[in-house]
Design a protein around this ligand. Structure first.
Ligand code: AMP
Length: 322
């Protein structure tokens, strides 16, 4: 009875307005709390000083934007782990080589902000290049051994750029936790090494790779692929899975495991293999045989687009590290 009365009152009180049902639906789609956008280092530091004075845990998710479900899985983990979630959106010029895709790297900040708002992110740090690398900037961070091979060999200054920007983000934001994806496996190893070597007070968390339905690892760069290339790119994960199946059937020889992936990748004429390697998941040293655990790393070029992926190889029943 009371409910009915309320309903009638609402109708009377809002003549000409949208029906209550429609308004409720759109209100539930967009959370009321807007995302705070900060573009300046100084402002970011000020904001975080205030946050920390309230003893709140800060979790950082560094990204280059053009967000997909892979990024959002990191953001969800960040929300689970901390009370203040900071997402950085910065296409870091220093990690791109001279002939790489810096200029055409996909960007859509408005779409990113909408997605982050839906995830309940507190603050987005989106500086421009001049803010991060002002005039006369000349300080870089080099992580030596784990950057030598694989993507480090194909993209000589890439990890220097990554280590530098992540160090700078850690310095500005001083997060308690920072979250990265295992999709960029070598990058995760580099950042873990760097955090340990420099005694940084940050817990580095790695999250599993989020994939499209057909297995392709989500990546902002997938947007570059033509439909035919997109189809061929699915071979990358199929190759990784085949190697894993071979391991599960008892093969331990790293060369054999790599070869089965290579053979499959070679069947696609638009794919050019950069590397396929079986290595130790912590040191990234190549290993001749999988005793307990390893990671199979792959990088290929599909046309002009470079894609990377990896899969963990674990010997069932073997305990501890190799
Ligand atoms: P990016 O914007 O490509 O620099 O990526 C930002 C972060 O998202 C990095 O830590 C990546 O490893 C992570 N990431 C990218 N793609 C995926 C994915 N498909 N699944 C999980 N994490 C991802």
């Amino acid at each position: 009875m009371v409910a009915k009365k309320r309903g009638n009152q609402a109708k009377k009180a809002s003549p000409g307005k949208k029906p209550a049902k429609t308004r409720k639906k759109s209100a539930s789609k967009v959370p009321s709390r807007p995302v705070k956008q900060i573009r300046k280092v100084r402002e970011m530091k000020k904001y975080l000083k205030e946050v920390r004075s309230r003893r709140r845990k800060v979790v950082l998710v560094p990204t280059m934007g053009y967000l997909h479900e892979g990024h959002l899985s990191l953001v969800r983990e960040a929300r689970r782990l901390g009370s203040v979630v900071v997402v950085s959106l910065f296409v870091n010029p220093v990690q791109f080589g001279p002939n790489e895709d810096l200029d055409r790297y996909p960007r859509d900040i408005r779409r990113d902000l909408r997605k982050l708002r839906r995830e309940g992110v507190d603050v987005v740090f989106c500086p421009d290049a001049a803010e991060m690398y002002p005039e006369r900037y000349q300080t870089y961070v080099d992580v030596t051994e784990v950057t030598r091979d694989y993507c480090g060999a194909s993209r000589p200054s890439h990890f220097r750029g990554v280590a530098t920007v992540v160090t700078k983000l850690f310095t500005i934001i001083q997060p308690d936790v920072a979250i990265f994806g295992e999709k960029d496996f070598q990058q995760l190893v580099v950042i873990r090494r760097m955090a340990q070597d420099l005694a940084l007070d940050v817990l580095v968390v790695g999250m599993p790779t989020v994939r499209e339905e057909d297995g392709l690892a989500m990546s902002s760069r997938n947007a570059y692929l033509s439909p035919a290339q997109r189809q061929q790119a699915t071979t990358i994960y199929r190759g990784l899975r085949k190697a894993k199946q071979l391991l599960d059937s008892g093969e331990r020889d790293a060369a054999e495991l790599a070869a089965i992936a290579v053979d499959l990748l070679r069947e696609e004429h638009d794919l050019v293999i950069d590397y396929v390697a079986v290595c130790d998941p912590e040191t990234l040293e190549r290993i001749p045989e999988v005793e307990k655990e390893a990671v199979l790393l792959v990088a290929v070029k599909v046309g002009d687009t470079r894609l990377i992926d990896n899969i963990r190889l674990e010997v069932k029943g073997a305990r501890g590290r190799r």
